[in-house]
Design a protein around this ligand. Sequence first.
Ligand SMILES: [Mg+2]
Length: 269
Amino acid sequence: MRFVDEVKGFLFDLDGVLWLGDQPIPGVAEVLRRLRAADKKLMFVSNTSSRSKAKCLEVFERMGMAVQPDEVFVASECAARYIAAKRPGAVTYVLGSPGLFDEAVRAGLDARDPSTRQPDRADFVLVGKDNDLTFTRLTCALRALKAGAEFIAVNCDPTVPVADGLEPGAGAVAAAISVMVGRDPDVVVGKPGTLLLEMALKSSGLSASECAIVGDTPESDIAAGNALGMRTVLVLTGNSDGNSPDGSCEFPDALKPDHIIESVLDLMP
Ligand SMILES: [Mg+2]
């Protein structure tokens, strides 16, 4: 692929790009090694709200892919760090998994369990994929937001694929809350929001125009890359068959990838 020569940094989505479920795409580890040997900076950007960064690093290890912790950007961790940078020690109700709660604690936030109908005054409500969602937890979020807290969504994925089918994603929980409070999240950290990618770029020292994002989902990976003016590369190993999400051949501009390749292996044939 000629464009590879022009790119200094690659941001890779994970599921559907480097692996499928619990199976690595054969040959990916070698491609990553060769990109490094060609002096490319590698970054890995995951929308996950349910896994902590530590758990994500365990998956890389299990898949036989050598990555450094500072190359991995997980939306759960980035959301917690974003809040901590805005207000250190912020009182934050966390509707999400134990992994998300852990990240909030690690970022030094005053993380609170939302299992109360009478929340304290809070600075933020942080929303991820909440497998323990209850009426009480929704009530807590509603009241904390109405009392002035900021509304941060880890991502807006409506569903998440798991071993036995689909489950509601962070976006479904955020949407339920949006309906109650009459507004969208103040910030969506993960793709198609741009904060996750911006944090990766900042840490790499590269600009968006020097980088390419490689993803399998036009509505998230490609949309986020296009919004930042990054080169965008769609692979067909995951969510997309190469057609627009509405089934037509023409992608709308915001979702249109600069390049379509069969798999990551085509980056280094
Ligand atoms: Mg993906």
